[in-house]
Design a binder for this molecule. Structure first.
Ligand code: SF4
Ligand SMILES: [Zn+2]
Ligand SMILES: [Zn+2]
Length: 300
C-alpha cells in the first residue's frame, strides 16, 4: 500500500476517502479536514480566545494539539467529575498533555462543588449520564462566559455527530435536531460552541494521536454502559464498512438539506431565561444544576 499523495509506503488506509497516507501526509490530511471545518462554518479566527473542553481522551487532546499547531489562541478546561475509577486518570492525562504542549489548563473539581458524580449517581432520580452531561455543559459554558472566552470548542468527531443525529432522527426529536450542527452561535447567555473535528472519524482522531505522539488516557467511565449512542455508532460503522463515505454524506446532507426545516420550528428561544438563582440560561425558573445542588444539600 502506497501513500496516495507522495507514493512512499503508507501507514494508514482510509477507505472512506479512497486514500492511504504515510505519516506526514496523514497529518497534513487531518490538518486540512480541521481547517476546512473551521473555515466552511466560520467557527473562529486568530482573534478569538478559544476555550477547549479537555477530557483527557483522544478527541479532546487531538483537537487541542491541532488548534495549537494551527496557531490559535487556546486554553483548556478540564472538569474533574469525581468518579474514583476514571477521573484521576483523565485529569492526569489532561494535565500532563497541557504541561508538555504549553497549553494553559484550568481545572474545575466537581467534588469541591459538592457534585462528585459518584455521589450524584446515588441520589439523582434521572439517568446519571443525563445529569452528568447537563452539569458539564453548565460549567463549561459558565467558565467560558465568566472568563472572556469568545468560543467554546469540543472534540466531538464524525462518529459522535452521526450517531447522535441518527438517534435524534429515530425519535424525531425536533428540539435536538434543530440544535444539532458543528456550530451553535452565542445566544441567550450561551457561549458560541464549535466542533472542529466533526469531519474526522474516531479512527482518524486515534491515528492523529498515534502519529503525532499524543499520549491519551483510556479510562472508561464505569457508568458509560448506560449511554445510548453506542448502538447507533455500531450500526453506522457497519454501514460505513459496506459503503465507505456514508457517514460524512449523511451528516453533510443533514446540514445542507435537513437542518433548516427543524430550525424553522425553533420555538425554543422564546422560552429561555436566566435562572433565578445563578443566572444560567434555562427554560425553567431554576436551572438543573441549582436544583441538583439542592438535592445534594450544597449550600449556596
Ligand atoms: S459516561 Fe455518563 S457518567 Fe460517565 S462521564 Fe460520560 S456522561 Fe458522565
Ligand atoms: Zn505521503
Ligand atoms: Zn441556576
Amino acid at each position: 500500500m502506497k501513500c496516495t499523495r507522495c507514493k512512499i509506503p503508507a501507514v494508514v488506509a482510509l477507505p472512506s476517502h479512497h486514500a492511504a497516507f504515510c505519516r506526514d501526509c496523514f497529518l497534513l490530511f487531518a490538518r486540512r479536514l480541521v481547517e476546512r471545518a473551521i473555515e466552511e462554518h466560520q467557527m473562529f479566527t486568530a482573534e478569538d480566545r478559544i476555550l477547549v473542553a479537555i477530557s483527557g481522551g483522544k478527541d479532546s487532546l487531538a483537537l487541542s494539539w491541532q488548534l495549537k499547531e494551527l496557531g490559535y489562541n487556546i486554553a483548556g478546561l478540564h472538569i474533574d467529575l469525581g468518579i474514583p475509577e476514571s477521573s484521576p486518570i483523565a485529569r492526569q492525562y489532561s494535565e500532563r498533555f497541557c504541561a508538555t504542549r504549553g497549553i494553559p489548563l484550568h481545572v474545575l473539581d466537581m467534588a469541591a462543588e459538592g457534585l462528585a458524580m459518584c455521589e450524584v449517581k446515588r441520589r439523582a432520580r434521572r439517568p446519571i449520564c443525563s445529569v452528568c452531561g447537563q452539569t458539564k455543559r453548565y460549567f463549561f459554558n459558565k467558565f467560558a462566559m465568566e472568563n472572556g472566552f469568545t468560543v467554546l470548542a469540543t472534540g466531538h468527531n464524525l462518529d459522535d455527530e452521526t450517531s447522535r443525529l441518527l438517534a435524534n432522527i429515530m425519535r424525531w426529536d425536533v428540539e435536538f435536531l434543530s440544535d444539532q450542527g458543528p456550530v451553535m452561535p452565542a445566544q441567550n447567555g450561551f457561549a458560541k460552541k464549535v466542533k472542529p473535528l466533526f469531519r474526522m472519524s474516531e479512527f482518524e482522531t486515534a491515528n492523529l494521536c498515534f502519529l503525532a505522539g499524543i499520549d491519551y488516557g483510556y479510562a472508561p467511565c464505569p457508568y458509560s454502559s448506560k449511554a445510548s449512542f453506542p448502538v447507533y455508532k455500531n450500526l453506522l460503522a457497519e454501514l460505513e464498512d459496506r459503503q465507505p463515505g456514508r457517514k460524512i454524506h449523511f451528516y453533510d446532507g443533514f446540514l445542507k438539506r435537513g437542518q433548516g426545516g427543524f430550525t424553522a420550528q425553533g420555538e425554543k428561544d422564546a422560552l429561555v431565561q436566566p435562572c433565578q438563582r445563578c443566572g444560567y440560561p434555562t427554560s425553567a425558573g431554576e436551572c438543573g444544576v441549582c436544583r441538583l445542588k439542592d438535592l445534594m444539600g450544597v449550600t449556596p
